[in-house]
Design a protein around this ligand. Structure first.
Ligand code: COA
Length: 263
């Protein structure tokens, strides 16, 4: 597939997807969803790619939301289908069995904030801005924002953000638990890649298990979540990577973890 709206490159075990419509502040149009979906499949099936990083081209934006210029031509049914398509792609991203880091270099508004929340964690530049400004357009978030925001920052803060449409700066977003680390803008990509490369050196099965157990556990009661954890712990324990990790510790050497999710 020839990408028109994004750039993609793989290096050192890390795939980097860059939203590349800087003149529209990297807003998401239907074509962009197809391209994100294609990249997810590519990363899923390529064993050499162990981590995915998402970022935005240009100085100003990660992604400034859904492409508003598409809205006047949509009726209610088409709008619903657009929301469902976005949700489908974001679920696909969330369930990729490899770590996904949002590297938020500027505005992450509306669909951009929803996209970042579908990643495993968010690193932000000190210039980043987050928000769900759909209320200003007479609509609500449509790509999972009301749901993921409430799970990440709590019900009251989610309702406040979606009702006021106000933007958060990076430090506010960190204080609320939306962002895990904030870096000076010129260091953001470098620092993100350091962590991405670290994750690429970890045992892929373990990263997948952490992701699945945490995500599934958030939707069930504590006892069921802990049962999922014990089951995954047992599976990891039987793996080649566990034998290697334990032997390496006892032999005082660096572990050589497998390259594949299948090992
Ligand atoms: N969809 C389509 N185009 C968008 C866009 C979006 N979500 N966000 C920005 N753009 C376009 C602008 O229309 C403008 O295009 P133009 O140069 O052809 O006029 C260009 O990107 C630059 O944006 P501009 O508004 O001039 O920049 P700014 O620095 O003054 O403001 C924002 C930046 C992000 C605050 C402002 O662009 C904005 O509010 N965008 C919409 C955010 C939003 O509501 N997202 C949710 C959509 S559901």
């Amino acid at each position: 597939m020839n990408y028109k709206n994004i750039l993609f490159e793989g290096k050192d075990g890390v795939g980097v997807l860059t939203f590349n419509r800087p003149k529209a502040l990297n807003a998401l149009n239907p074509g962009t969803f197809d391209e994100i979906s294609h990249v997810i499949e590519r990363v899923r099936s390529d064993e050499a790619l162990r981590v995915l990083v998402l970022t935005g081209a240009g100085e100003k934006a990660f992604v400034a939301g859904a492409d508003i210029s598409e809205f006047p031509s949509m009726n209610s049914l088409q709008a619903r289908a657009f929301a469902e398509r976005g949700q489908e792609v974001f679920f696909k991203l969330e369930s990729l069995p490899k770590p996904v880091i949002a590297c938020v270099n500027g505005f992450a508004l509306g669909g951009g904030c929803e996209l970042a929340m579908s990643c495993d964690f968010i690193y932000a530049s000190d210039k980043a801005r987050f928000g769900q400004p759909e209320v200003n357009l007479g609509i609500i978030p449509g790509f999972g924002g009301t749901q993921r925001l409430a799970r990440l920052v709590g019900r009251a803060a989610a309702k406040e953000l979606c009702m006021t449409g106000e933007m958060l700066d990076a430090q506010q977003a960190k204080a609320m638990g939306l962002v895990t680390r904030v870096f000076p803008g010129d260091l953001l990509m470098e620092e993100t890649m350091k962590i991405a490369r670290l994750l690429a050196s970890r045992a892929p099965n373990v990263l997948r298990s952490v992701k699945q157990v945490v995500d599934r556990g958030m939707d069930v009661d504590l006892k069921t979540g802990c049962a999922l954890e014990a089951e995954a712990f047992g599976v990891c324990f039987a793996s080649r990577d566990c034998r290697e990790g334990v032997s390496a510790f006892l032999e005082k050497r660096k572990p050589q973890f497998s390259q594949s999710l299948e090992d």
